[in-house]
Design a binder for this molecule. Structure first.
Ligand code: AFP
Length: 280
């Protein structure tokens, strides 16, 4: 596992360099959901593939940017699902973006997720690892070394609300939930990049990030394997919770690698509110 974390650190340094120096324009290609890929999406994907495929324990790689799973080492132990550059459409307006990794064994189900990592490319580069019972924050220094900063723990209740999805497509019970949370004094924090939005909630002690089922997309937008399960694990290890409205996210199994799910990540008090709004 340690070798995988080191390979992710190497890719993060190379991706940070590409973000700072490369063309932020579009390529001619589309990904599996029909989005036109940015040149940076393709480059980040390539960097991660190059670094992770050198690790003998990596059996397969599943990228958000590719339709099919890639076999790497037949005798490997780990299956890695990753989103190479989440929120990449924010690079051209110079907002923070991120990479997300889920390290699985046997299959890409929530219960077989063994470790999760994300990287935030912001004013500083930070890397968060959820593994072995805790969540650790590292920061990149000017010598390209990631230094341990702290263990992340959520409070019982936070102050931030990050509500995703187009509001005119929210279901009435969801609209009421979000309104009630604001009436309770929570402040709006939503950049359109789940990595910096969830990172902010984790580091500021708590709150709620939601990407619900909507009238135009009953299964939500965010993908289980690459985005949702890794953050669900990190929120649980930090003392929070992650549910799809009713069920624990890590109890879900995607039928297809690119399947999406509604998702709510938060500290305990906010998830209690979600459950009472969603469970009849
Ligand atoms: P992009 O990678 O296409 O920019 O999407 C980012 C993202 O997957 C996730 O990081 C955000 O939380 C979410 O989409 C934002 O979606 P909305 O624009 O629908 O709020």
């Amino acid at each position: 596992m340690k070798e995988i974390f080191e390979a992710i650190k190497k890719s993060a340094i190379r991706i940070r360099y590409a973000i700072e120096n490369d063309d932020t324009g579009y390529s001619q290609n589309q990904n599996t959901t029909g989005d036109v890929q940015l040149k940076l999406d393709i480059k980040s994907d390539l960097i991660i593939e190059e670094e992770l495929s050198q690790i003998a324990s990596v059996k397969e790689l599943a990228s958000e940017e590719k339709e099919h799973i890639e076999k790497i080492h037949e005798d490997g132990k780990y299956l890695i699902g990753y989103d190479p550059l989440d929120g990449s459409s924010l690079v051209d307006v110079n907002l923070s973006v991120g990479s997300i990794f889920g390290i699985y064994e046997d299959d890409y189900s929530g219960k077989n997720l063994k470790a999760s990592v994300y990287v935030v490319y912001g004013p500083r580069v930070e890397l968060v690892i959820g593994y072995d019972g805790e969540v650790q924050l590292y920061r990149l220094d000017s010598n390209d070394k990631f230094n341990f900063i702290q263990v992340i723990n959520l409070n019982q209740k936070g102050k931030l609300n990050s509500p995703g999805g187009t509001q005119n497509c929210w279901h009435p019970h969801h609209k009421k939930l979000i309104e009630d949370i604001f009436l309770d004094g929570y402040r709006l924090r939503y950049s359109g990049g789940m990595v910096p939005d969830l990172h902010q909630i984790l580091l500021k002690g708590g709150g709620l990030f939601s990407y619900p089922a909507t009238s135009d997309n009953e299964k939500g937008k965010l993908r289980m394997t690459f985005e949702v399960f890794p953050f669900a694990q990190i929120f649980e290890l930090a003392g929070g919770e992650a549910i799809d409205g009713e069920r624990r996210l890590l109890d879900l199994t995607p039928l297809h690698i690119h399947d999406t799910t509604p998702c709510f990540f938060g500290s305990n008090e906010e998830i209690k509110k979600v459950k009472s709004a969603y469970v009849n």
